[in-house]
Each structure stands twice: as structure tokens, then as C-alpha cells.
Design a protein around this ligand. Sequence first.
Ligand code: NIG
Ligand code: FE
Length: 414
Amino acid sequence: MDIIIRNIKELIQTGNGLKSMVCGKNMAKLATIKQAFLHIRNGKIQDYGEMTKCPTVRSAEIIDAEGRMVFPSFCDSHTHLVYAGSREIEYIDKIRGLSYEEIAKRGGGILNSARLLHDTSEESLFEQSLLRINEIIGLGTGAVEIKSGYGLSTDDELKMLRVIKRLKETTPIIIRSTFLGAHAVPAEYRGRQDEYVDLIINEMIPQVASEELADYIDVFCDRGFFTVDQTERLLMAGMKYGLRAKIHANELDFSGGIQVGVKYNALSVDHLEYTGDAEIDVLRDSETMPTLLPGAAFFLGMIDPPARKMMESGLPLALASDYNPGSSPSGNMKFVMSLACIKLRMLPEEVINAVTINGAYAMGIAEETGSITKGKTANVFITKPIPTYSFMPYSFGSDLIDTVILNGKVILKK
Ligand code: NIG
Ligand code: FE
């Protein structure tokens, strides 16, 4: 089955060498082809190039882009989109002046979501999460990482991970699953935090691994959550079962999370509001993708990470939505791009690299998606008419996605 998209005003993020990541100064470079075609065959990118070289394939479905642009789908490498209910009550508490940590201390926050999730059936959790998956597909996302972490007991963590597995099997989007038992300490373990860590290590991780429910392991290594020592124990236990780390680090303080993540060769360290010279130095000598979540910093009114300094030091950056009910109730990657431009002073080229190829790297799927590269999965979207690619982050509130193609099939035409 062939599809040929003709008359593309500009085909974004092209390159057959794009199988890993983009760092430092190269973040500001973006390969594109003006007046282009894209040939999709059997769900993969078969070929692309200038319109003058557009092939004729009998029986191919022809889509005339009529001067609109084509992007590779967004790769959202950090979400918690499997959750029950919502937490707008805490949003109001925040408006009234309470901090994220104060809300968490009062039994709100992650523990509030854990209670809601406990009282929700697996079926209902699946249905609620499916709506969010369909929502982000419509917003241009073609690959997403989803974490557990609102279970905080063996049964409820497994419930979440089974829902993620079912979403993997039944939706057209690429999904990677991360076990985040160490997201918060459940109320019944308050004051006995190490015992909860033991439970994760001795009971949860072996069961998660035996049912093959997770690709990665995460720990919220930050002030008031899990310490560096506990994180080390958890990451070592995960590694025994082949679970590579992707961790929450340095959102609330200089927690040592970045250093411990790099020490265990984490695939990514995420949040990074508190990043200084020492953190940049360890990241520079690593294969770990620094991942920024500007939606969470925006929603919580926190400080911004030093994105420019990180890129000027030669680092790559990925951007993700952190879609979750407490600190970032949005999976809109186009808005994440806008926030990164406005708040982090990243250039349009830099944010496009960060939400495509670098996001794919942060999920371990850069060989499969994240760019217009021959042989990669044909996950792309066609925009509405736009004057330049910079118009995407610039027009921060507008829906500019017209047609969504996943696995070489048109999923949505608005
Ligand atoms: O990434 N930082 C920790 N976890 C989530 C928040 C989860 C919640 O508040 O429900 C985050 O921001
Ligand atoms: Fe998160």
C-alpha cells in the first residue's frame, strides 16, 4: 500500500543520517526540503525529495498537500497520562497560594491521584486513558512514553502497567512504558520510607519484569521524595531485570538526581530546573538525554532550567509534556514548543529538534521514528496552511494540525 504526499510546501526534519540525537550548536540546525514529496510504502517512509523527482506509482493513494507543510509526528518522551479523575481542586489551592510541596504534605498531590486510581476499575482507567491517547494523536503526537506511579501498591502499579500494555496493543501510536513505583511514599509507609523501597525492590520490580510490563524504570529523586541512596538501590534492582533508567531529577532542588542518573547510564534525566555547572559537566560526558518539561514549570510557577547554557555547553535537549493531573494537565506538544521558545529562549529549530528526534532518543526509539528518514515508521502530520515552520511555536493557541498519518495510514483529517 503506497501513499504519495505531493506539493509539500516544506518537508521538515529530513535526513537519512538522523538515527540518534542532535546536540549543542546542531540543535539550531534543521534540515528541510522545500517543494517536496513524501512516499510512504507499507507503513514506512520509502522515499522523499524535491517535487521535481516525485515518482509515479500506479495504485498509490495521492494526497495533495496544496502548499501545506509535513512534520514528523511529535515524540513525547515523558508523560503520566494513565490516571484516574482530575485534580482541579488543587489547582484552585495553588491559585490561592499553596506550593506543590505543601499540597503534597497535606495528602494531596500524587497521593490524591493514588486514592482515585485505587477506587477506579482497570476498565474505567483504560477508557479514561484512551480518551487522552486519542486527544494527543489529534495534537500531532506519534510516540509517547507513559509511566506508572499512581498505584504505589503492587496491585495498583500492575493495574496501571496493564492499562499501558493494552493501550500499546490497541492504539496506533508508539508507546513505551516506564515503571515508577518510586513516585511518592504511600501514606501507610510514612516514616518507613526504606521499607517502601524494599517493597518496590523485592516485590514490585520482579513482578513487573515477569509480566514484561515495563521498558524502563523511573524514580522521583528529589527533595521530599526519594534520596540519592534510595535511587541507587532502585536503579540497581531495575538493571538486574534489564530496565534502563529514565528519572525525575532536580525539579525541586539540586538533588543529586542528575549525577545518579548519569552514573547508572540513564536514558534520560527529566525536569532539571535546578541544573548548575556540576550537573552540566556530568551530562556532557554521558549518553543521557537531558529532558525539559516546561509545561510543569509553567503550571507550577517554578524557575526555568538554563536551557541556553546547556545547549551552549554542547548538550542535547529533549522537550516533553509531562502530561499528568497535578503539574501539567496537558499533552499538547505544540504548546510545549511555544513555552520552550518563550520561557527557555529556545529557537524554533531547537524546539523542533527537541520534540522530534531527541524525544525519540529519550524513549529509545530514534531508529524507528523522530525524523523523515528512509525506513522509519511513517508517523507524520500535515499542517494547515502556515507561512513558515516557526509559525508553529509562534501561534501558541491555534490548532494547526490538519491530517494525522500513523503507520502509513491516515488516522485523522480535520
Ligand atoms: O512529573 N514530579 C513528579 N511527578 C509529576 C507530578 C505528578 C503529580 O503531581 O501528579 C511530575 O511533575
Ligand atoms: Fe513527571
